[in-house]
Design a protein around this ligand. Structure first.
Ligand SMILES: [Zn+2]
Ligand SMILES: [Zn+2]
Length: 145
């Protein structure tokens, strides 16, 4: 989705839920659009140069997660947020176990299909109805290795 489309989709979801799309929340959405990988509250706070006070940043992240606009990920004991898949598209994460950086990556359609088949097989084995999957590759990033 393009930036403007994403903003409008978020605006629509917020309106449906009766949540105010304040200037601060718009700034959070914009910041998440231009960065790769989930961001912690502290990272976002730095990125927004204090434009949104930390307390209201935490509150907004919780409210927008609740509304399904943001997805929260836990890695290395830290909560990080990014746009939910219906906004950002299906993708996976690379997590550095040393510095804690988290990066997005997409599989080629053929690889994604293979992964999907494997996941469906595992699900079937456990009589599980699979709706989605998340893949987290852990290791050392380029600057830590
Ligand atoms: Zn991501
Ligand atoms: Zn690293």
């Amino acid at each position: 989705m393009k930036e403007r489309e994403t903003t409008e989709a978020v605006r629509g979801r917020m309106a449906d839920r009766g949540i105010r799309f304040t200037g601060g929340r718009q700034a959070i959405i914009r910041a998440l659009q231009i960065t790769s990988g989930p961001q912690s509250a502290a990272e976002l706070h730095r990125r927004l140069r204090g434009l949104v006070p930390l307390s209201s940043l935490y509150r907004s992240l919780a409210v927008m997660s609740e509304a399904g606009i943001l997805a929260m990920h836990h890695s290395n004991g830290l909560a990080r947020y990014e746009l939910a898949e219906w906004l950002a598209g299906h993708h996976h994460h690379l997590v550095c176990l040393q510095c804690g950086s988290v990066d997005d990556f997409e599989l080629a359609p053929r690889q994604e299909k293979e992964l999907f088949a494997l996941v469906a097989k595992v699900g079937g084995h456990h009589r599980y109805e699979v709706s989605n999957h998340a893949l987290e590759v852990q290791g050392l990033c380029r600057s830590c290795r």
